[in-house]
Design a protein around this ligand. Structure first.
Ligand SMILES: *[C@@H]1O[C@H](CO)[C@@H](O)[C@H](O)[C@H]1NC(C)=O
Ligand SMILES: *[C@@H]1O[C@H](CO)[C@@H](O)[C@H](O)[C@H]1NC(C)=O
Ligand SMILES: *[C@@H]1O[C@H](CO)[C@@H](O)[C@H](O)[C@H]1NC(C)=O
Ligand SMILES: *[C@@H]1O[C@H](CO)[C@@H](O)[C@H](O)[C@H]1NC(C)=O
Ligand SMILES: *[C@@H]1O[C@H](CO)[C@@H](O)[C@H](O)[C@H]1NC(C)=O
Length: 508
């Protein structure tokens, strides 16, 4: 989710001061020698499109008055969009088809809710029995920042901070997977909506597998699906995994081959405590606006606490796209803007909403495989909360399968980039094996150490140009850090050849 930008602005500034840009540029020819066969064909110049209509102006997003007449997952209306989607901050990707649909789902208080999802057909050879749900980390209560709009070239909102999510989504298409990405926090932007996220993802998959969607996209009726989600995306995907068995049994075991959850943010209360006044300060302003849309009692609490005088500050800081929210909220303490200050934490309403709706691990015991990956230095959500979540998942069901990997040297935003390649490989294994891939028996945890965009697995995943671009935008070390990484490794690390050829794993 969260303040990729702000957290990274700090790192970036430090890095830029310390680094001579020319030095990095000077290193690039060497990397070319190392990697002679990179395929840069994915990256194309952004089309100078006419801007698409924003959701708040687009009748496609209007909830029909008879939404409750539809079955959950049933498609209300649909359309084909141009095949161009974003694939990064300045690049686009040509998909096979881009199919968008409104479908019925539920909100966090179990009322019917219309939602929108985008089902994307790969451009080349596709495997129509593989469907990936990609939950974008869009962190916004603004209805004009939803993924179904943000993915379209010409829309102002990024598709996840810096459109990193778009980069990763296009890699999934390149692997021949169909991809569905839903506006899982709701049409009104109920960030971070709680149970609605799980319902919305599960119903988006029901919609994708319906005959109406299949007749346009060629997806097979018996397709299996997997999930990828980072940060708030991991929360939504985690809830979908938790609730699949109770809410959508046909989409559970046997259909859902696995869920890759990265940069996990499982504890809403902790998020408030950890981010107020810090790098992720902005997301809490967004959360007050978004949770007020999801829960009437939270809305009343917010109105009483912020009052008409303070509300505009919340809108200014938090009602924008994720990048702007992060920039405007960095260092701000949301409790300074509330009547009771930090004592809000003890209000019954705040407590019930954050410890129930905004808590992962309490909505059901997943019986489908999980791959959890996390930067040990995650500044948005402490590693300890994830350790508890993994323990909960492992203890909840004897048939649970959790592979938990900690990247000992990564923070929140860098692990989003560095962890995805291994997560995708795990997903590919799950698709290939029908849900019983390597490392999916019981619970396992391992530590890895990767902190450079120039590792071979990273470069082949993103392509050299995109990897260099991201290293530069986010301040993630490129070739320079690679040397440091090798140096750290000498003492106790050894090369792991089992799961990540280019990662280093602790032996003991
Ligand atoms: C909902 O209303 C529209 C417009 O009247 C109608 O075309 C549609 O069939 C209705 N849907 C259901 C499921 O009743
Ligand atoms: C799915 O792909 C297979 C193999 O390419 C093809 O035979 C089949 O017709 C496709 N299914 C649909 C629904 O298009
Ligand atoms: C969530 O975090 C809060 C504050 O740190 C803590 O009191 C609570 O026990 C945590 N909940 C769970 C389920 O771990
Ligand atoms: C606030 O509303 C939510 C959702 O309806 C509910 O779960 C929670 O218990 C409520 N809190 C209080 C204190 O009533
Ligand atoms: C564990 O998962 C199995 C397989 O889906 C299921 O039958 C069982 O009810 C689950 N047990 C619990 C305690 O959730």
């Amino acid at each position: 989710m969260f303040p990729h930008v702000t957290a990274l602005v700090f790192i970036l500034l430090a890095f830029l001061v310390a680094r001579d840009n020319a030095l990095l540029n000077g290193l690039l020819p060497d990397l070319d020698d190392l990697l002679p066969t990179l395929d840069l064909s994915l990256l194309q110049p952004a089309a100078a499109d006419e801007a698409p209509i924003s959701p708040s102006q687009d009748p496609f997003y209007a909830t029909p008055t008879n939404i409750s007449s539809y079955r959950e997952g049933e498609i209300v209306r649909d359309r084909l969009l141009p095949n161009e989607i974003k694939s990064g901050p300045t690049t686009t990707y040509t998909a096979g088809r881009v199919y968008q649909y409104m479908y019925r789902s539920r909100d966090s208080t179990d009322n019917p809710a219309a939602n929108v999802a985008t089902l994307i057909v790969p451009p080349g050879p596709a495997n129509n029995r593989t469907l990936l749900s990609f939950a974008s980390a869009y962190d916004s209560p603004n209805p004009d920042c939803v993924p179904s709009y943000a993915i379209r070239p010409g829309s102002p909102a990024p598709f996840g901070a810096l459109s990193v999510d778009a980069m990763q989504l296009s890699v999934a298409l390149d692997r021949g997977w169909y991809v569905v990405t839903s506006d899982y926090m709701g049409i009104n932007g109920a960030f971070p909506a709680g149970r609605q996220m799980g319902f919305a993802i599960l119903d988006s998959v029901r919609g994708a597998l319906s005959s109406r969607a299949r007749s346009t996209t060629g997806l097979a009726a018996d397709a299996r699906w997997a999930q990828y989600g980072y940060s708030i995306g991991s929360f939504g995907s985690g809830l979908a995994a938790e609730m699949a068995r109770s809410y959508a049994p046909p989409l559970s075991r046997g259909a859902l081959v696995g869920s890759a959850l990265g940069g996990t943010v499982p504890n809403g209360t902790s998020l408030f405590l950890q981010n107020a006044g810090g790098a992720g300060g902005g997301l809490l302003f967004s959360a007050f606006l978004g949770l007020s849309k999801a829960y009437a009692n939270f809305s009343a609490l917010f109105a009483a606490e912020a009052g008409p005088a303070r509300r505009p500050t919340f809108v200014y800081v938090g009602d924008n796209d994720v990048e702007v929210n992060n920039r405007r909220g960095v260092g701000r303490d949301v409790f300074d803007y509330l009547q009771s200050g930090r004592a809000v934490l003890f209000s019954e309403t705040f407590r019930t909403v954050t410890s129930g709706a905004s808590q992962q691990g309490v909505h059901g015991a997943p019986d489908t495989p999980l791959y959890v990956f996390k930067g040990a230095r995650d500044e948005i959500s402490a590693r300890a909360d994830t350790e508890l979540l993994v323990d909960t998942y492992c203890g909840a069901n004897a048939s649970a399968s959790v592979l938990y990997e900690v990247n000992t040297v990564a923070g929140h935003a860098d692990e989003q980039l560095l962890g995805a390649p291994a997560a995708y490989d795990w997903i590919a294994g799950q698709f290939a094996s029908g849900g019983g891939g390597a490392g999916t028996a019981g619970c396992a945890r391992r530590e890895v150490s990767l902190f450079s965009m120039s590792a071979a697995e990273i470069l082949s995943f993103y392509g050299l140009a995109a990897a260099v671009d991201m290293a530069d935008r986010l301040g993630i070390p490129f070739a320079l850090a690679r040397r440091g990484w090798v140096r750290i490794s000498k003492a106790k690390l050894k090369l792991s050849t089992s799961l990540r050829d280019h990662r280093l794993a602790w032996t003991g």
